[in-house]
Design a protein around this ligand. Structure first.
Ligand code: FES
Length: 116
């Protein structure tokens, strides 16, 4: 629990054949409910389709607008994100859950100084 606080990890990037092997998973958004994920959709796409209002912009892992806290579980990226991540963060537009996860939304947007 909270192993994400222990330090920075390089984002795990999945090859397309590994993506196809992932099992359906539950995405819990703290205080906002539970959502079901299935293959080939980003976490952001799942939440968009469910009608949950979340921030986004580039949708390609470069701007940081969709950044959330990964409170439990593991995610993997479909490509190397261009935005610099710190421990315990993930970009919903570019990753998928590897098993059930719990996310925490940021109370305010990511400061512009962190953006490239
Ligand atoms: S929307 Fe830009 S990094 Fe996700």
């Amino acid at each position: 629990m909270l192993s994400w606080l222990m330090g920075k990890k390089k984002p795990r990037v999945l090859a397309s054949h590994d993506l196809a092997q992932l099992s359906p998973a539950t995405i819990e958004v703290e205080g906002r409910g539970h959502y079901q994920w299935q293959h080939h959709r980003s976490i952001l796409e799942v939440l968009d389709l469910a009608g949950l209002p979340v921030r986004s912009s580039c949708r390609s892992g470069n701007c940081g607008a969709c950044l959330v806290y990964l409170l439990e579980g593991e995610v993997a990226y479909t490509k190397e994100p261009g935005f610099p991540l710190e421990a315990g963060e993930c970009l919903m537009c570019s990753c998928v859950p590897v098993g059930n996860i719990r996310l925490g939304l940021l109370s305010s947007p990511v400061p512009p100084r962190r953006r490239k």
